[in-house]
Design a protein around this ligand. Structure first.
Ligand SMILES: NC(=O)c1ccc[n+]([C@@H]2O[C@H](COP(=O)([O-])OP(=O)(O)OC[C@H]3O[C@@H](n4cnc5c(N)ncnc54)[C@H](O)[C@@H]3O)[C@@H](O)[C@H]2O)c1
Ligand SMILES: O=C(O)[C@H](O)COP(=O)(O)O
Length: 528
């Protein structure tokens, strides 16, 4: 008997779909240890954000085939463990977009018109009209951080309210922003100049504590901050301090670093201009029906041996292909990640060129892996082999593929990625050496021979005596240890590229000093 377990409240329509093909058990609010002890009995698990599907739980399963997240965020699922175990993870990327966007607008209005506090006061029998004078949204400057599905809808409604909408999203082109009637802005300026700032980006290692004390201090004294995206993007201690000291005008928060919100949270001690809701962004009847039906249909299909529409992990590739292409996929992904950091800004086109022995492999997986690498800085663990092409398409990145069977420079052939975007054209080529080691063999057409490492620094300079020494001492003075250094040049004393593998990330102030070295024209830190 096929069995599905549901551990969070799910709309009945989803349950009805699952009941057509399986026995459905509902154990809402079950503890992690209890879940780990019964999961071996189930073929599918359906959840929302309330259940933490840990690696232990996944590894305790015996016949689990699919985890369905009735919503967007899969940060409560150990996707890596699921992938390793061969368990498909599916979600509903668009089912609650409108709900989350409307909650954001509701938060902005409630904050501006003191609705929660005025309501409490009126219920206490008071009539405090003077105390609760608010402000209008009309003509105010709104800064939207993250112009994906939800940020875009918020911008649309804000435009209808005749707000001046500004946006920051490194992966949105100026053309797309123009269509949305959003003026693109630098992140720093957006925080400094907005009357309202609303966050609509994922929580990744890059966005964690993006809004910290320094950022809060840079905001206008009457500015209001709204977070209906993910907890952890705002430093909650700093926000409490900023509100208590009137550094900003108010905040409305739906999502928290730890959920349910800890009773010791500093936010609970703030007594002014703060609205808190318990992760209600997606909690509308419509959204719950959308996500439940969307995910239940996918679980049903997978249990019947069909494919899923919006899988978050396993690519639509057979395990055999994945196995035989493992180093090639790793190379493509690493190169995508590297070139995204070299290119910076919005990318409009990616050219993927296979040469020599690489031509014999299916190109699609290599393209997908390159795109996954290219977008992973923006999308964190939400980008995967399944959705990489779709995400690139929705960001206006076109992909061109070319093949060259000619005898290659490297016996094993090579892969070259070229990006075309806001910052011009950039290219990286790589190969796999006989020992199976990945190598970067050229950067921006300059020949190098470098093993990719976690932290790298790539500079461009005029080839002249003393420059390598100067850079070396500068890094040494800042206690940055160099593991290896390579110079690639086409002609003696011409333009050159220097690639350093370093043991630590480069401090931001050091980048400025590097650019002051005579002859160095660019300096890009890379984290792989
Ligand atoms: N409160 C809720 O109940 C609720 C409901 C649904 C979604 N969410 C959350 O809302 C957020 C947005 O969801 P979405 O569906 O619009 O996702 P999306 O993937 O469509 O959009 C996210 C956008 O963030 C951008 N981005 C990534 N890193 C960035 C950075 N450093 N700076 C600026 N922009 C960056 C991406 O380019 C992308 O355009 C997610 O965190 C999601 O989990 C919350
Ligand atoms: O990621 C999501 O879809 C939202 O955060 C909603 O979460 P929920 O399904 O637990 O309400």
């Amino acid at each position: 008997m096929t069995k599905v377990l549901i551990t969070d409240p799910i709309d009945q329509k989803g349950i009805d779909i699952l009941s057509q093909v399986a026995q459905v058990d509902q154990k809402i609010g079950i503890s992690n240890s209890e879940l780990a002890s019964i999961i071996h009995d189930y073929d599918a698990l359906m959840i929302r954000s309330g259940t933490q599907v840990t690696g232990d739980i996944i590894n305790s399963s015996k016949k689990l085939r699919i985890i369905g997240r009735a919503g967007v965020g899969v940060d409560n699922v150990d996707v890596k463990a699921a992938t390793q175990k061969g368990v498909l993870v599916v979600n509903s990327p668009g089912g609650n977009t409108i709900a989350a966007a409307e909650h954001t607008i509701a938060m902005m209005l409630a904050l501006s018109r003191n609705i929660p506090i005025a309501n409490s006061s009126t219920f206490l029998g008071k009539w405090e009209r003077k105390k609760f004078v608010g402000n209008e949204l009309f003509k105010k400057k709104l800064g939207v951080v993250g112009l994906g599905k939800i940020g875009t809808h918020v911008a649309k409604v804000a435009n209808a309210l005749e707000m001046d909408v500004y946006g920051y999203d490194p992966f949105v082109s100026s053309e797309r922003a123009q269509q949305l009637q959003v003026r693109l802005s630098e992140l720093k300026t957006l925080f400094e100049e907005s009357d309202y700032v609303t966050l609509h980006l994922p929580r990744t290692s890059e966005t964690e504590n993006l809004v910290n004390m320094k950022v809060l201090k840079s905001m206008k004294k009457n500015a209001k901050l709204i977070n209906c995206a993910r907890g952890g993007i705002i430093d909650e201690e700093a926000l409490a301090e900023a509100l208590n000291n009137s550094l900003i005008g108010g905040a409305a928060i739906d999502v928290f670093a730890k959920e349910p919100l800890d009773s010791n949270s500093p936010l609970l001690k703030v007594d002014k201009n703060l609205i808190l809701t318990p992760h209600l962004g997606a909690s509308t009847r419509e959204a719950q029906e959308n996500v439940a039906v969307d995910v239940a249909e996918q679980i049903r299909d997978v249990l019947l041996g069909l494919s899923a529409r919006t899988a978050v992990n396993i690519p639509g590739l057979s395990p055999d292909i994945m196995d035989s292409l493992k180093p090639h996929l790793q190379l493509a992904e690493t190169m995508g990640l590297l070139i995204s950091q070299l290119s910076g800004g919005q990318i409009q086109k990616l050219e993927v060129r296979l040469q020599g022995e690489f031509v014999q492999h299916p190109s699609q997986p290599l393209i997908i892996a390159s795109l996954k690498g290219l977008l992973s800085k923006a999308l964190g663990d939400r980008i995967n082999y399944v959705n990489a092409s779709l995400e690139a398409e929705s960001r206006g990145i076109s992909v061109v593929e070319s093949k060259d069977e000619a005898r290659p420079e490297f016996a094993s052939g090579s892969l070259q990625l070229t990006t075309f975007g806001d910052n011009g054209e950039h290219s990286v080529a790589g190969s796999i050496f006989a020992d199976g080691e990945l190598r970067i063999i050229s950067i921006d057409q300059y020949p190098v021979n470098v093993s990719p490492s976690r932290f790298m620094l790539i500079t461009r300079h005029r080839d002249m005596p003393g420059i390598i020494g100067k850079l070396g001492s500068l890094l040494g003075d800042h206690n940055v240890n160099i593991a290896s250094m390579q110079v690639g040049r086409k002609i003696v004393r011409g333009e050159a590229v220097m690639v350093l593998s370093i043991d630590d990330p480069i401090p931001t102030n050091l980048l400025e000093s590097i650019l002051e070295v005579e002859g160095i024209t660019s300096s890009d830190p890379v984290t792989l």
